[in-house]
Design a protein around this ligand. Structure first.
Ligand SMILES: [Cu+2]
Length: 394
């Protein structure tokens, strides 16, 4: 089922089913308490048998993939899975025993538990604990909050939007006062803020000796791409913001290069308006939307593009760095630094490492531009689920 529906979908279906089953079992308990014995018997029988089906279809394969194939016995998820699996087996067997005992004469006299009611209650209690453990596994694998790194970068993006307005205003005000030098300094701030230290114009534009950048060096262009490239919904707004930023950048460059006040005044005319628009209609709503939909942990952790071949370390069920940007022709080498087995498997079937034990490496050369997602067959899934990563080739 997992192979058919994907790891996360399977887990979600199973999660819902398990919640229905446990609620049903408690309803069945209520039937017993209120003397509705036939109802009680039928409810519990159906639910215990249904659970057997879910074990076979979902939980056993999930356990097998993660713990057995992945040789994984360490880490929170594996520990929870093993405890959950063991207790689950006990509860399931106990449930089957209770059904046989309730409905048939199959159980020989000497195997008949004397305190039957107590055993029923103990099984229900245990079952409840197991469902909670299952929730824990689901949370750990699919819902763990995205990293603090992403939060910090989102804050930087927001601040850069505010800085844009501040330095555009400073530029215009300086020109109105007739101070070209100050205007040019603030134009430098604008360009550096927008392009970032990888931009072609980044630097000491007013030629006064130091490079001044009010931002963190990443640049709004990069942040914009980083936060919106994965979202179709944000594309129109992102496109619009990009255009505004380009215009501000052109104007700021013209001001920085102006020989006199007259030459600087034309490009300065709309710069504040554009900056306000870029911030209020672009950065602010995008930042809010990204935060509301959950910070995209993969995209936001993107480092700057690397040059030269690189190594990605597989450790603690993570590919580090999880996202790399590189240029065409770069070779990436993955190295497994821990005892659980892992794979590096392309979402599109372009590459597959096979099962990697500790210290195994796998290399692939990216000769085509594009975004290449990959995952671990044992601990992740296509589409960036759980243990996965992305390579962006530019
Ligand atoms: Cu793995």
């Amino acid at each position: 089922m997992q192979a058919l529906l994907g790891t996360e979908t399977s887990a979600s279906i199973n999660l819902v089913a398990q919640l229905i089953i446990i609620i049903g079992l408690w309803v069945g308990f209520y039937f017993a308490r209120t003397g509705q014995i036939p109802k009680h018997r039928n409810t519990q029988t159906i639910l215990v048998l249904a659970n057997l089906l879910f074990i076979a279809l979902f939980m056993a394969t999930s356990f097998y993939n993660y713990v057995v194939s992945g040789a994984t016995t360490t880490g929170t998820v594996a520990t929870l899975m093993m405890v959950h699996g063991f207790l689950g087996l006990v509860a399931q067997l106990s449930g089957i025993y209770l059904i046989l005992r309730m409905r048939t004469q199959f159980i020989p006299q000497r195997f008949r538990v004397r305190n039957f009611k107590l055993m029923m209650r103990a099984t229900l209690g245990l079952w409840t604990v197991i469902v909670l453990l299952g929730l824990g596994i689901y949370y750990e694998r699919f819902l763990t909050p995205s990293s603090a790194v992403a939060e910090v970068q989102l804050d930087q993006f927001k601040r850069a939007g505010q800085d844009l307005v501040i330095h555009a205003s400073e530029t215009q005000e300086a020109l109105q006062r007739g101070n070209l030098q100050t205007a040019q300094r603030h134009s430098e701030h604008l360009v550096n803020l927008i392009e970032g230290n990888r931009g072609g114009n980044y630097g000491d534009l007013d030629r006064h000796g130091t490079v001044e950048d009010p931002g963190d060096g990443t640049g709004l262009f990069i942040y914009l791409k980083r936060f919106t490239s994965g979202s179709k919904q944000l594309q129109p707004r992102a496109k619009q913001l990009e255009e505004s930023l380009k215009q501000i950048n052109r104007d700021a460059l013209a001001i920085a290069a102006a020989k006199d006040l007259a030459a600087a005044s034309a490009p300065a005319q709309r710069i504040v308006e554009l900056a306000l628009d870029a911030n209020n209609e672009g950065v602010v709503p995008i930042e809010k939307s990204v935060r509301d939909t959950g910070v995209p942990s993969v995209a936001a952790q993107a480092p700057s593009a690397v040059s030269g071949d690189i190594t990605i370390t597989i450790e603690r069920f993570r590919n580090t760095p999880m996202l790399v940007r590189l240029s065409k022709g770069t070779t990436v080498m993955w190295v497994n630094k821990e005892s659980p087995r892992h794979t590096v498997t392309s979402d599109d079937g372009i590459f597959h490492s096979g099962s990697m034990v500790k210290e195994d490496t796998f290399s692939f050369t990216f000769n085509q531009v594009g975004t290449f997602k990959y995952y671990c067959r044992f601990h992740g899934d296509k589409g960036g689920v759980d243990m996965a990563g992305t390579v962006i080739v530019e």
